[in-house]
Design a protein around this ligand. Structure first.
Ligand code: ADP
Ligand code: ZN
Length: 432
C-alpha cells in the first residue's frame, strides 16, 4: 500500500524536524546562487537564524519574474558539470522558465513519482501508457522515470494521434494511463466514433489526470466514460514537475510531499500567511534540490489545505483541487470569474459535449462574454426547440453562478480548436 511507509506515515513532529534540517541545507546551497546571494545580501539576512519551518516567513518570496530575470543560469547553486538534465515550463503565461537538475535531483523526483503512482495502486505488473508530450515539458519524462522505477512496462506514446493511442491500448493491454483531462474528453469522442468501448474493449483501470485545472464533475464524467479511477496529479516545473501533490485512493485532496517541500498558503494581495483551511496562493520551498533550490516560490495557483488527517494513514497534508491560477482570473464588469467555474457548470448539464471556449470582447464601454459550447452529436440532429431549450438552460445556469449574463453559442462536436497540451479556455479580445 505504501512505497515508503516510514516517510509517508511519519508523525508530524518528526516530519517537521526533517524539514528543518533540510531547510538549513537548502539555504546553505541557495547562497551559492547569483540570485539568492544578491537577495540575502540586500535583506541583510542571516540564514543561521532560520531554524524551523515556522521561521520561513523571514525568507524572501521568489517569483516567475525572478526566474526570468536570472535567465539562464542565475539560480544555479552548483557547477554546470554537475547537471544532467534541463526542463522548462510550458510557457502558458509568457516566456517559459528553465530548471536544471543534478543526478540527485532526478533520483529524488523519480522517487516522488514512483511513490505517487504506487499509492494509487499501480504495480510492476501494469502496462503504463504515457500520453503526455515528451521533451522539455516535465509531464513526459517525469512520469516515465517514475513508472520504470516501479517496474511497470512503459509505453512512451507521447501526446496526440488519437487512433494510434487507442490501438496501443488495445494491442498491449494498457492498464494505466497519464493524460491531460481535456484531452481525455476529446479522446472519448474518438472512441465513440470508432465504435470502441473502453469499458468493454480495454483493460484500463487507473488514470493520472493532471497538468491543467479541472473540476470534480469533469473527473466523474471522464471516469464514467472510461470505467477507470482517475487520480488528480499536480505539479509545476519550478518544483520539478508532476509528483508534487497527488491523490490517494480516498480521492479527496492531494497529498503534498512535505519531506520534499515546505508548503504555505498566502493571501496573494497582502502576501500574509493564511491559517490552515483558508484558500489562497500556494507557496513552496524545495528541500532536496541540489542544482537549483527555490525558496518560497509563488506558484500563482489557488487552493487550500484540507484540515485534519486522511483515512489512508499518510501524514503529509492534502491540498484541495486547484481552483485556478491568479493570472487566469477574468474580470468582467467588476466581477471576478475563473474558467473552472464555467467548466463546472457546463459539465453538470446533460447534452453538453466535451469542449468549450470563452471569448471576451469589448463592445463600446461594455465587456461581453461569449461561451461557445460543443454539444453531443445526438442533440445536433435534434429539433430546434430542444436546442433552444438547452441553450437557454446553459445561459441561466451560468448566470446563477457568475452573476453576469453570457452569450451562449451551441456548436457541433469537434468544431472548437483542440490542443494536444493544456487546453486554451479563454480568448480575450479586449486587450489592444
Ligand atoms: P506553465 O506554468 O507554463 O503552465 P508547467 O508545465 O510547469 O508550466 O505547468 C504548471 C502549472 O500547471 C501549475 O502551476 C498549475 O497551474 C497547472 N497544473 C498542473 N497540474 C494541475 C492540476 N492537477 N490541477 C490544476 N492545475 C494544474
Ligand atoms: Zn490519503
Amino acid at each position: 500500500m505504501y512505497w515508503e511507509k516510514e516517510i509517508e506515515t511519519m508523525d508530524r513532529a518528526n516530519l517537521e524536524k526533517m524539514q528543518a534540517a533540510r531547510l538549513g541545507e537548502t539555504l546553505a546551497r541557495a547562497t551559492r546562487s547569483v540570485h539568492y546571494r544578491k537577495v540575502f545580501k540586500a535583506m541583510k539576512l542571516d540564514t543561521d537564524r532560520i531554524r524551523t519551518a515556522a521561521d520561513i516567513g523571514m525568507l524572501p518570496l521568489t517569483t516567475k519574474e525572478d526566474l526570468r530575470e536570472q535567465w539562464p543560469y542565475g539560480f544555479l547553486a552548483c557547477s554546470r558539470d554537475e547537471l544532467i538534465r534541463m526542463h522548462s515550463s510550458s510557457g502558458t503565461t509568457g516566456r517559459a522558465t528553465v530548471i536544471f537538475h543534478t543526478g540527485g535531483d532526478i533520483a529524488a523526483w523519480t522517487n516522488l513519482l514512483a511513490r505517487s503512482m504506487y499509492m494509487t495502486g499501480m504495480r510492476r505488473s501494469d502496462v503504463f501508457q504515457n500520453m503526455m508530450t515528451y521533451g522539455l515539458f516535465t509531464g513526459g519524462l517525469g512520469f516515465h522515470y517514475g513508472a520504470e522505477k516501479i517496474g511497470a512496462l512503459v509505453i512512451p506514446a507521447g501526446a496526440g494521434n488519437s487512433k494510434r493511442q487507442i490501438q496501443l491500448m488495445r494491442d498491449f493491454d494498457t492498464s494505466v494511463i497519464h493524460i491531460i483531462p481535456s484531452y481525455a474528453l476529446h479522446l472519448s469522442t474518438v472512441f465513440t466514433e470508432t465504435g470502441v468501448d473502453p469499458r468493454r474493449d480495454t483493460r484500463l483501470k487507473i488514470a493520472f489526470l493532471g497538468a491543467e485545472p479541472h473540476s470534480e464533475k469533469m473527473r466523474r464524467k471522464i471516469e464514467e466514460f472510461y470505467g477507470f479511477k482517475g487520480f488528480n496529479s499536480y505539479g509545476l516545473s519550478e518544483m520539478n514537475g508532476p509528483g508534487v501533490a497527488f491523490e490517494c485512493p480516498e480521492q479527496n485532496g492531494m497529498h503534498i510531499w512535505e519531506d520534499n517541500y515546505i508548503v504555505e498558503i498566502i493571501d496573494p494581495v497582502t502576501l500574509k500567511r493564511l491559517p490552515e483551511g483558508e484558500e489562497g496562493e500556494l507557496v513552496m520551498t524545495t528541500l532536496l534540490r541540489e542544482g537549483m533550490p527555490i525558496i518560497r516560490y509563488r506558484t500563482k495557483d489557488l487552493t487550500r489545505i484540507i484540515p485534519g488527517p486522511c483515512p489512508c494513514g499518510r501524514t503529509h497534508r492534502r491540498i484541495e483541487r486547484i481552483t485556478g491560477r491568479t493570472d487566469d482570473m477574468m474580470i468582467l464588469k467588476g466581477v471576478n470569474i475563473f474558467p473552472i467555474q464555467i467548466e463546472k457548470k457546463l459539465m453538470e448539464i446533460p447534452g453538453v459535449g466535451t469542449n468549450f471556449l470563452i471569448i471576451l470582447d469589448r463592445e463600446g464601454y461594455n465587456d461581453q462574454m461569449t461561451v461557445k459550447v460543443e454539444i453531443e452529436r445526438e442533440f445536433f440532429g435534434g429539433d430546434l426547440q430542444q436546442l433552444e431549450a438547452l441553450r437557454h438552460r446553459i445561459v441561466e445556469e451560468l448566470r446563477s453562478d457568475i452573476l453576469i449574463t453570457p452569450r451562449v453559442d451551441l456548436v457541433e462536436p469537434d468544431s472548437l480548436p483542440k490542443s494536444e497540451g493544456k487546453a486554451v479556455r479563454v480568448v480575450d479580445n479586449r486587450k489592444d
